[in-house]
Write a protein that binds this ligand. Structure first.
Ligand code: PLP
Length: 376
């Protein structure tokens, strides 16, 4: 139950046992075409999608390095550890980030964006983390920011690594020019692939880039036309992604998002009924990462050790400046009522072992109420 890598379905694991194929041959071409078709369904885009053999950070670096020459000054709302990394990535690639610093636990607002763009006419793009995995917060005005970018001819880059398929994200409708996802989160795959959707507007900026080689999107586009990638892809991971995307299609994207919503809501309601407090302000709460403040006197390492060793549940601690003060539950991918109830039970037991008496019955009832509302 960590916020990535998440549990991988047996079907997806088994898919990786297929013999390795020639990445310049007809089988790969067929495989890649299927992956792209289903990935476009998940991104809800008619634009291009590229699949990179790289973890999520590679996807972010690819996006940034391909646009910094054409759009050097980039507005970066920052409200957590991954927002900081995005800012640092822009600096490392030679861009100029203009930061909007938001208190962790809260999210960016439209007013902040409009004001920052009004103040600095050289801003050419907005790049942000949709779902901030470190704080369990999300941007609740993504659509409005996309419309604003469209009106003001700004490029819109979204790190959706911990959320694609787990929350509403229609890339084309929301005018997102580059959207980045990671295989190991809601997509239920092992780590190692990142997926990027790219709009026509993004290509007009990417055309100007000369400062990247391995992540050169123009090379990816050229090879994709032949059903290939420019460099040798991690073939077993492509088999896995193909299977996982098929599973999402079988379930239906709307249903997948809805399932994530219900599971997250059940966890939020349960932890609140136990007497715990989520870290994120309610209106900014993530649908896939539930961050919870530790009650006084509960040690992060003892709590998570008990959960892991005694109750067989692995969750994450805080990152960056939140280390030791919060814990995080990943409610992503292969998540159902069964996992939610197990994690709630385990949280109650571990807290009680450490001398904090949670309201066990109330928490289970709260989760049950959310799920029973859903039973038709
Ligand atoms: C929002 C976000 N961005 C970027 C990353 C980095 O991804 P990776 O660790 O796959 O490189 C993560 C990973 O957790 C993330 O959650």
């Amino acid at each position: 139950m960590v916020p990535g890598p998440t549990n991988v379905p047996a079907r997806v694991m088994r898919a990786m046992l297929r013999p390795i194929i020639n990445h310049r041959g007809p089988e790969f071409k067929e495989l890649y075409a299927k992956i792209l078709e289903n990935a476009k369904y998940v991104f809800q885009t008619k634009g291009d999608v590229m699949i990179l053999t790289a973890s999520g950070t590679g996807g972010v670096e690819c996006a940034v390095s391909n646009i910094v020459q054409g759009a050097n000054k980039i507005l970066v709302p920052n409200f957590g550890f991954f927002g900081e990394r995005l800012r640092d990535n822009i600096v490392a690639m030679g861009g100029k980030p203009v930061e909007i610093s938001v208190e962790w636990g809260k999210g960016v607002t439209m007013d902040m964006i409009e004001e920052a763009v009004k103040r600095d006419k050289d801003i050419k793009a907005i790049a942000l983390v949709y779902n901030e995995t470190s704080t369990g917060t999300k941007v609740n005005c993504l659509k409005e920011i996309g419309e604003f970018c469209d009106e003001h001819n700004l490029l819109f880059v979204v790190d959706a690594i911990s959320v694609l398929a787990g929350d509403y994200l229609p890339v084309d409708d929301w005018h997102i020019d580059i959207c980045i996802a990671g295989s190991q989160k809601c997509l239920m795959c092992p780590p190692g692939l990142s997926l990027l959707s790219i709009s026509e507007k993004a290509w007009s900026v990417i055309e100007k880039s000369t400062n990247t080689f391995y992540f050169n999107l123009k090379a990816y586009r050229k090879y994709e036309k032949e059903g290939q990638t420019p460099y040798t892809p991690a073939i077993p991971l492509y088999f896995a992604l193909d299977e996982a995307l098929k599973m999402i299609k079988e379930e239906g994207l709307e249903n997948s998002i809805h399932r994530h919503r219900i599971c997250a809501e059940a966890i939020y309601r349960a932890v609140e009924s136990m007497g715990l407090v989520p870290f994120a302000e309610e209106k900014f709460r993530s649908n896939t990462v539930i961050a919870i403040k530790y009650p006084p006197k509960i040690s992060d390492s003892s709590f998570r050790e008990i959960l892991r060793n005694k109750y067989n549940v692995v969750i994450a601690g805080g990152q960056g400046k939140l280390k030791g003060s919060i814990f995080r539950i990943g409610s992503m991918g292969l998540i159902t009522q069964a996992e939610v109830l197990q994690v709630i039970g385990a949280l109650n037991m571990a807290l009680s072992d450490l001398g904090f008496e949670p309201k066990f019955n109330d928490s289970i009832s709260a989760a049950r109420n959310v799920f029973s509302r859903e039973v038709k």
